[in-house]
Design a binder for this molecule. Structure first.
Ligand SMILES: NC(=O)c1ccc[n+]([C@@H]2O[C@H](COP(=O)([O-])OP(=O)(O)OC[C@H]3O[C@@H](n4cnc5c(N)ncnc54)[C@H](OP(=O)(O)O)[C@@H]3O)[C@@H](O)[C@H]2O)c1
Length: 276
């Protein structure tokens, strides 16, 4: 007949069993955490940037958020339990601060910062053109430059995602400044993709009009919004999630054979004519 162990024996067997079960379990959790890929998102508090942050957080990615509006960035960082850096892309020191805060090794960089500045050519001043170029194109180049050492350290290759526009591939009236700035982003995407291959993939998304704060001025009148939606073969405006899902895929390892592409997430607007 098996003897009943005394309390001391029972307790030491219990501790030994716990150690065998829990120690490897804890190790697996911390291994998994350290293997998470970290992605920096500039413009993280914007409509598309925040949708991308949420989409990537669902895919078990570590994030570092960079944004201009402290309250909005802090709120999102608390929601997603991530690090963040506050600043303006017109301040060149900002890029080094973001890279330092994000850490020594990152697997991705997203630059979802942008402006919309639509007027007649005659109304643009030199400073307006330069401001759009700085925020949309130069800022993207400086963000990549600052993150490059950390991107190069990524174990399984890394990825960059920039934002062009439907207006870089198709002419729209009143878009001279935006067309110039976003055309530069498309060119930057191709040049970087060639220069950084094979270790770092570089792609851009060129959205058509998407329901975010950036587009609010064009969409606050329902009649206008419906008329613009009807110009799209898929008969609606973009939602931030449409762009975010494509962006999350491009940043993932499932997209490891895609680089140097400008992906048109635009309801068919840039390539189809369905009205005869
Ligand atoms: N929505 C569209 O219809 C559309 C169409 C084509 C291309 N895109 C491009 O998609 C990307 C994301 O835009 P979105 O639609 O998400 O617009 P959004 O909601 O306005 O987000 C843009 C982000 O850029 C930030 N930003 C602007 N100027 C900045 C500066 N000087 N320093 C730091 N941050 C600055 C904004 O910060 P604050 O929150 O502080 O303002 C905001 O977080 C942009 O590159 C945009 O050009 C959008």
């Amino acid at each position: 007949m098996a003897s009943i162990p005394d309390f001391g024996t029972f307790f030491s067997r219990f501790l030994a069993a716990r150690t065998r079960i829990e120690y490897p379990y804890c190790a697996r959790i911390s291994d998994k955490k350290s293997m998470k890929r970290k992605i920096i998102i500039y413009g993280a508090s914007g409509g598309i940037g925040s949708a991308l942050a949420r989409a990537l957080a669902k895919r078990d990615t570590d994030l570092h958020l960079a944004g201009r509006d402290r309250n909005k960035v802090e709120e999102l960082a608390n929601e997603l339990k991530t690090g963040y850096t506050v600043g303006d892309v017109n301040d060149e020191d900002y890029f080094a601060r973001v890279s330092e805060d994000a850490g020594e090794k990152v697997a991705g960089l997203i630059y979802a910062v942008g402006t919309i500045n639509l007027r007649n050519l005659r109304q643009f001043k030199t400073a307006d053109f330069l401001a759009d170029f700085r925020v949309n194109a130069l800022g993207a180049a400086l963000a990549v430059q600052a993150a490059l050492p950390a991107l190069k350290k990524s174990d399984a290759g890394s990825a960059i995602l920039l934002f062009s526009s439907v207006a870089a591939g198709q002419g729209f009236p009143f878009h001279t400044s935006m067309g110039m700035a976003k055309g530069a982003v498309s060119g930057l995407t191709l040049s970087l993709a060639a220069e950084l291959a094979p270790g770092i993939r570089v792609n851009a998304i060129a959205p058509s009009l998407t329901e975010t704060p950036l587009a609010a001025g064009l969409l606050n009148n329902k009649k206008n919004a419906d008329a613009i939606a009807a110009l799209h073969p898929l008969r609606r405006l973009g939602k931030p999630e449409d762009i975010a899902e494509t962006g999350a895929f491009l940043m993932s390892q499932q997209a490891e054979w895609i680089t140097g592409q400008i992906i048109h997430v635009d309801g068919g607007r840039s390539s189809l004519r369905t009205g005869g």
